[in-house]
Design a protein around this ligand. Structure first.
Ligand SMILES: [Zn+2]
Ligand SMILES: [Zn+2]
Length: 136
């Protein structure tokens, strides 16, 4: 599977070649405050991701993690942890179609009070979904 994507202005473009991966909706406060909403993320081996950019900026959003965003258009694209060999990509930045499906909702206990998590039958986790890493 090959996916491509980028921010709104095109200053950051990414490409990944990988097996299909689950997409997890994250309702944590850090995602909310950096994007204005919940996000949908997918995790890939860092070595499988190629980034071409002129405007990428990294922000240490917690003691364990950092977020990559475009300093021109403000688009949020990436999250990774210190000494982690994987990269989370916000799937809202992907070029469509992706062929991927949402698989779970996580950090539902931190969802905005106006947000409505859809009754889609997918697993919900009050905090982090199993298999993800803490620190966002
Ligand atoms: Zn941009
Ligand atoms: Zn989050």
């Amino acid at each position: 599977m090959i996916l491509t994507g980028g921010c709104l202005c095109g200053g950051v473009r990414w490409r990944v070649e990988s097996d299909p991966v689950p997409v997890v909706a994250c309702y944590c406060e850090d995602c909310r405050r950096t994007t204005g909403n919940h996000v949908a993320c997918a995790t890939f081996p860092a070595g499988a991701v190629t980034i071409e950019e002129t405007t990428l900026r990294w922000y240490a959003s917690s003691a364990e993690g950092r977020r990559g965003f475009c300093r021109t258009c403000g688009g949020n694209l990436f999250w990774t942890a210190t000494d982690w060999d994987r990269l989370e990509i916000w799937m809202g930045t992907a070029d469509m179609p992706t062929g991927l499906r949402l698989s779970a909702h996580e950090f539902t206990a931190s969802a905005a009070d106006w947000d409505a998590i859809p009754p889609d039958g997918l697993p919900r986790f009050e905090r982090i979904a199993p298999g993800e890493v803490a620190g966002r």
